[in-house]
Design a protein around this ligand. Structure first.
Ligand code: AMP
Ligand code: ZN
Length: 117
């Protein structure tokens, strides 16, 4: 079992203590649909190991875990995207992070604009 935080919302999804609409799960990552979707497909990809922030993850993750986060995001983007998709990580207060377990948002199924808000 990976290193999880008993009080973390997304660790509870990893441990299946709260339900999630999962689209992918393996040793390194869990991916599930966002409760408040911002695109026709909005999936969150999280590492199974708890890391609150990207900098923590960069230090604690092994190469296989770090690579898998990216390859899973790409897999989901290809599966649900039409002609592309967007992958976003919100980091810290200025980045708009609300859940302190690292996650990549995969947004697909509509044309995205730039810059984001
Ligand atoms: P962020 O603002 O980048 O930290 O993103 C957190 C995301 O988690 C938001 O888009 C929320 O809608 C989503 N979220 C919060 N709780 C849940 C949950 N239980 N299941 C699925 N998505 C969730
Ligand atoms: Zn966690």
């Amino acid at each position: 079992m990976p290193n999880t935080d008993p009080n973390c919302l997304f660790c509870k999804i990893v441990r299946k203590e709260i339900p999630a609409d999962e689209v992918l799960r393996d040793e390194h990552v869990v991916a599930f649909r966002d409760l408040n979707p911002q695109a026709p497909t909005h999936v969150l990809v999280i590492p199974t190991e708890h890391a609150a922030h990207l900098s923590d993850f960069a230090q604690s993750a092994n190469d296989a875990g770090a690579a898998r986060l990216l390859s899973a995001a790409a897999e989901i983007g290809r599966r649900f995207g039409r002609d592309g998709y967007r992958v976003v990580m919100n980091e810290g207060p200025d980045g708009g992070q609300t859940v302190h377990h690292l996650h990549a948002h995969v947004l697909a199924g509509r044309h995205m604009t730039w810059p984001p808000g």
